[in-house]
Design a protein around this ligand. Structure first.
Ligand code: ADP
Ligand code: MG
Length: 693
């Protein structure tokens, strides 16, 4: 496989643009890309023509405005290039207008009341900063999606708005530091993606996996991840074939898939790309998830992107690595060799610390979903409390500067492994911390809370918004101050004084941390219903309005969409569970008990005591009764919750009544699974699913 040849072969990228566009048009587009300058409308016609020619030469018959509604998946209507002519023949046409704007029905996507069904008009607008590509004979044009009123109805629009604001504020700081060569500051993002692969035939036999993406039943298997023998272990042949095919597809689409490995749980894996600018990283992460699903299906596998497909083993997340880069390639969060002297780095570092502390509720919100509630706070995933891991060295540097002390830096340590033939290794300045939800990892921050099936857009919107706002204050302070250096020192001291509470370098999984965090006043928003409130908090609405990222009505509509989505997801799960319990598990158990009763009768007739069989029957009878009771209890809870009109109260009832009733029903069914004959159990078990690829 020739990576160089394959990479980007389906993308209308740099090479194609340079070859096919007149220099004037190419330069104009590059200007928009590199510096975030407004798009010159006059070039659209020429770009559209070139794109269409390239797409048709590469087998495309259709084009689509590809967008990201608030469903965590992507959407698009496909139009062919076909245009009839007056003489009855056809030509292939793609106008500048068709490239720039599309008009899907806005009322059919989640809009949180921004659109009524009779007010259907919505627009998609070309995002020229993310390249178009071809998939399945269709030219995909990345777009942003808004309502007739201009209000955002998607994940991309706020992301682009937040990138613009952040760039403006970060540039103000850079100018104050004397940098006049950078024209744009771009949040860079690399999203590590975790996923599970299971056998397709087994998957097809599980209604819960097919409908909900997670198992709603399943007894603990004899072997889960106790032996820690899956993480980075040998990649099985079928999985290796999947990864190879996936890489090839992703590379052709210009996605820089870089790392692949087995994750901690059996059947769990991970893919990491090389980072890109936030909007492209977000587009690429969507493509990655879609190609994962499709590629798995082609190989008789099923890819599970749910945050917690299996109870009792690790769930899946998405590590959102985030940093700030200038258009001329300077990483603003790179400490360099002597971070204590790198005041510009320390300024941006303080901005991130302050932003994360002040807006931790928004970061928490960005990673919240009914699915991720099963993962966050589990022993394998970061807790629901937001804190920052900085490492000992940076923490010391900041405190020393704040206290007016000379920075005391320990000399670099070289590692002795006790074997002469092994190379000498220099130890990193600080250790890794795998338990922190927001960890500094050398020259970037890693936000580990995002769920595996979620779009990464919102997490980056929140980060960008919060950091932009803090930088805005810094820039004002620095611009108004007579003494730049003194003001910088004051910024660092203020950060240490006011925001050290958010820094925690210890074990985030420990029970002591929960107590300690409470003492420090850090919020612990344990579930979606509580976390969503941040979207309509006054302080946050003000932030969004100040930074131009969301209007108040957009905040309220998103709040409603999130609540409604939570209710719908839990409701679908409860309905699926009832269907499986009533129509698969209960009948199977009754039939099995009947078989045992028949055997018992036969044994008795033969003059045998069959006391243990009788005991087994009694247990079956008891558990069948439990299952029936718990089905009724779930039905009652479900009916009660469905009857509540207010979204918030409905969500609370889902969390407080429906989910616990589901847990109870699951417990009795899982107990039953452990005593029923394999052949009678109506669905594949955890052992089948986790160990049969
Ligand atoms: P790990 O988290 O296992 O240490 P890496 O250090 O290789 O893995 O990085 C993980 C991810 O972080 C990759 O997707 C990588 O591209 C991304 N990354 C590296 N540098 C940056 C950066 N400056 N900005 C954003 N993401 C980055
Ligand atoms: Mg990582």
């Amino acid at each position: 496989m020739d990576i160089i040849e394959i990479f980007g072969s389906k993308v209308f990228g740099e090479t194609e643009m340079r070859q096919r566009l007149p220099k004037r048009v190419y330069d104009s587009l590059k200007h928009t890309n590199r510096e975030g300058a407004p798009l010159d409308p006059a070039i659209a016609e020429v770009v559209a023509g070139a794109m269409k020619d390239w797409a048709v030469e590469n087998g495309a018959t259709h084009y689509t405005h590809w967008f990201q509604p608030m469903t965590n998946i992507t959407a698009g209507k496909h139009d062919s290039f076909l245009t009839p002519t007056s003489d009855g023949s056809i030509i292939l046409e793609f106008s500048g207008k068709s490239l720039v704007v599309g008009e899907p029905d806005a009322s059919s996507f989640p809009n949180g009341g921004l659109r009524n069904t009779f007010e259907a008009r919505g627009y998609t607008a070309w995002d020229p900063t993310s390249p178009a590509f071809i998939r399945d004979h269709t030219l995909y044009i990345p777009t942003a999606f808004c309502a007739y009123t201009g209000e955002a109805l998607d994940m991309k629009t706020p992301l682009l708005r937040s990138m613009q604001t952040l760039s403006a504020e970060a540039l103000r700081i850079l100018h104050l530091f004397g940098n006049n060569t950078s024209h744009r500051v771009i949040p860079t993002v690399g999203a590590e993606q975790e996923y599970f692969l299971v056998d397709r035939n087994l998957y097809e036999k599980r209604l819960d996996l097919k409908i909900c993406g997670r198992t709603l039943f399943g007894a603990k298997p004899p072997k889960g991840q106790e032996l820690d023998d899956h993480y980075c272990g040998r990649i099985r042949l079928r999985v290796a074939e999947f990864m190879e095919k996936l890489d090839k597809e992703l590379w052709s689409l210009g996605v820089t898939s870089k790392t692949k490995h087995n994750e901690a749980a059996p059947a769990q894996h991970e893919l990491a790309p090389v980072f890109a600018s936030a909007n492209i990283a977000c587009d690429h992460n969507h493509l990655t998830m879609e190609m994962m699903r499709i590629t798995a299906k082609k190989l008789e596998l099923a890819c599970l992107l749910h945050e917690k497909p299996f109870a009792g083993v690790n769930g899946s997340g998405k590590h959102n690595n985030w940093s700030l880069s200038t258009d001329d390639g300077l990483n603003l969060l790179d400490p360099g060799k002597t971070p204590w002297e790198n005041v510009q780095f320390l300024t941006f570092l303080c901005a991130v610390i302050t932003a994360v502390h002040e807006y931790s509720d928004l970061l928490r919100l960005s990673a919240t979903s009914a699915g991720n509630d099963h993962r966050l706070g589990g022993y394998e995933a970061p807790p629901a409390i937001i804190s920052i891991f900085l490492g000992e060295q940076l923490t010391h540097i900041l405190t020393d500067i704040a206290n007016g002390k000379d920075v005391d830096v320990p000399a670099a340590v070289s590692l002795q492994m006790g074997v002469e033939t092994l190379p000498n290794l220099n130890r990193d300045e600080s250790d890794r911390n795998r338990t922190s939800p927001f960890a500094f990892t050398g020259n970037k921050f890693e936000f580990r809370m995002v769920g595996s099936s979620q779009s990464i857009a919102l997490a980056n919107v929140m980060l960008n918004a919060a950091v932009a706002d803090v930088l805005h204050n810094y820039a004002d302070r620095l611009a108004q101050s007579d003494d730049f250096d003194t003001e910088l020192k004051a910024i660092i001291s203020d950060t240490v004084r006011d925001h050290s509470a958010v820094i925690f370098n210890g074990n985030n999984y420990s029970a002591e941390w929960v107590e300690e965090a409470k003492r420090r006043g850090l919020p612990n928003l344990a579930n979606t219903v509580d976390a969503i409130e941040a979207m309509i908090d006054c302080k946050n609405i003000n932030l969004f309005e100040r930074t131009g990222i969301f209007s108040e009505s957009e905040c309220r509509s998103r709040y409603d969409i999130m609540l409604e989505n939570y209710c719908k997801v839990v409701s679908i799960e409860a309905a699926t569970m009832l269907e499986m319990a009533k129509r698969q598990i209960f009948p199977a158990c009754v039939k099995y008990a009947g078989d045992i009763a028949t055997s018992f009768n036969a044994m008795s007739t033969a003059g045998l005591g069959a006391a243990s069989v009788k005991k087994h029957l009694a247990l079956l009878d008891e558990l069948i009764g439990d299952i029936q009771d718990h089905i009724c209890a779930l039905e009652d809870a479900y009916a009660y919750a469905q009857g509540i009109a207010c979204h918030k109260d409905h969500a609370v009832a889902m969390r407080n009544c429906v989910l616990p009733a589901m847990d109870t029903l699951r417990a009795s069914c899982d107990r039953m699974e452990t005593i029923v004959d394999y052949d009678c159990w109506p669905m594949p078990t955890y052992t089948d699913l986790l160990h049969r690829v």
